[in-house]
Ligand binder design. Sequence first.
Ligand code: AMP
Ligand code: ZN
Length: 109
Amino acid sequence: MGDECLFCKIVNRELDSEFLMETDELVVFRDINPMAPVHLLFVPKKHIRSVNDITKEDDYILSALIFAAKEMAVRTGVAESGYRLFFNVEKGGGQEIFHLHMHMIGGWE
Ligand code: AMP
Ligand code: ZN
């Protein structure tokens, strides 16, 4: 899995991308087409297609995503002002890249 997956390539450093955070479970980088002053993507290293495909064994990944968001909110200065975390799920939910990722947007005045 992942030969044609853009986010697998980014995770595996086959594409140039600046990671704001990297742990055993995930990487964080800026969205290339930001919809807010701060728009980050939290991407598990494990290829999972979407929320529909999460299993009980992926518990630790979901937990890691949320704790990474908490830390990045502080680091990007939006913790106090607030932010939104969301997953787009499958085509009808607006998902365009079929490798699980969580969006963080914030930083408005
Ligand atoms: P989604 O619609 O939830 O699948 O979100 C995919 C997101 O990935 C979009 O917000 C895109 O702007 C973003 N994106 C696509 N290609 C890249 C890339 N090479 N680097 C960073 N973000 C990307
Ligand atoms: Zn992938």
